[in-house]
Design a protein. Structure first.
Length: 389
């Protein structure tokens, strides 16, 4: 039996642990917090909400008591679960998997594992392409101390593997666990929605024959939503068939709307869409755009590709080297280069390869499935266990 320590119920992890429960039943999820609506709002969307998919069905789990003075899933001290110490000390679990080290309870779990000789594996999608050279140098001595001590480093992709190696992890302790969404759900929803594509577009005043580029996410500075608005304006000036669709919310939404109005950019805004409706924007879109300054992975790309939609991403997006093959599954541009982004949009409209790129994107994402992620996670835990024995 092993435990998976998560901050709170996360829509991307639920299908994975459900699949593991069906396969083996030997994993329990330990949540450091329940779903905090206030934390959802402060996480970037700017609105309070609860996911409309069932996140607690079909797998063993329990909620630990959070003793933090200011409970939050987004601050280091917002999750403090002292009972993790006794849980690890009891040897109730043969291994502990922790999702990141950005919260206090992650360190409680790690230190307790080292103290009581329980194998500990850490998942991270961090990479070295994030801005901030000074921060990287200050991290170096500390990270070189604890990362080599981990029994398993669960990397998201190529850049994530490089990150672990950079801080001293041995290669045979690094396991790739592919980030995933529920591909089958998006495929099923697209089969139902795509025949009504024109009707869905009319809902947001988009012409049936438009070339639609989609931004889906939080309207926050690191996502660079304004770059998308400006690029759409420039691309539409060169090709009037181009339209932008922005799904999401956040502090920069009003600024983006004002920029679109003042520049006459054909951009439509849907507001925040929950999981049961997000597939609608993929049905309406031709290409996803993720212009982020930095992105550890970018699961919105997985969602798009599972829906048969190719993606243009900046060179700061972590999934780029793994998922995006220029001209085949999408394209990559230099972050912050709005002129390059608008040029990619126009080129893609006139390439004649859009349908093929959508098929290629769907083929590529097939190996980033719930089943693949579950198998990789189980393999990592089993391998670490064999080494210990």
């Amino acid at each position: 039996m092993w435990a998976f320590v998560l901050t709170h119920p996360i829509q991307y992890y639920t299908p994975v642990v459900q699949h593991i429960a069906r396969l083996t039943g030997d994993c329990e999820v330990l949540y450091c917090s329940g779903e905090l609506e206030s934390s959802h709002a402060e996480a970037g969307f700017g609105v309070s909400y609860r996911w409309d998919l069932p996140l607690l069905e079909g797998y063993p789990h329990r909620f630990l008591k959070n003793c933090a003075k200011k409970p939050s899933t987004t601050s280091f001290g917002g999750l403090d679960n002292p009972e993790l110490d006794s849980i690890v000390a009891s040897h109730a679990y043969d291994a502990i998997v922790v999702n990141g080290w950005h919260f206090k309870s992650a360190w409680r779990a790690m230190v307790s594992c080292w103290r009581h000789d329980v194998p500990v594996l850490i998942r991270s999608d961090s990479h070295l392409r994030s801005p901030g050279t000074f921060r990287k140098w200050t991290k170096w001595p500390f990270y070189r101390t604890f990362i080599p001590r981990l029994d398993g480093c669960l990397a998201a992709g190529l850049w994530s593997r490089d990150y672990f190696e950079n801080y001293g992890a041995s290669r045979n302790h690094i396991f790739t666990v592919p980030p995933c969404v529920d591909n089958s759900r998006f495929e099923c929803e697209m089969r139902l929605l795509y025949p009504n594509r024109e009707q869905i577009r009319r809902r947001w005043d988009i012409p049936a024959d438009a070339m639609v580029f989609l931004f889906a996410g939080k309207f926050i500075p690191v996502k660079r939503p304004m770059d998308f608005v400006i690029a759409i304006g420039r691309a539409a000036a060169a090709d009037p068939s181009i339209v932008g669709l922005m799904a999401g919310d956040g502090p920069l939404r009003r600024q983006c709307e004002e920029q679109a109005r003042s520049a006459g950019a054909p951009v439509r805004f849907t507001g925040f869409l929950n999981q049961m409706r997000i597939a609608e924007v993929y049905a309406a879109a031709d290409v996803l755009v993720l212009p982020s300054q930095t992105e550890t992975w970018g699961l919105v790309v997985n969602e798009a590709m599972a829906s048969g939609v190719p993606a243009i991403v900046s060179d700061g997006v972590g999934c780029g080297p793994d998922l995006i093959e220029p001209g085949v599954t999408g394209d990559i541009f230099t972050r912050g280069d709005v002129a390059a982004l608008s040029a990619r949009m126009v080129e893609m409209e006139h390439s004649g390869r859009l349908a093929a790129m959508g098929r290629n994107a769907k083929d590529r994402i097939a190996s980033y499935s719930v089943e693949s992620a579950a198998d990789a996670l189980l393999h990592a835990v089993a391998t670490v266990g064999r080494r210990r024995r």
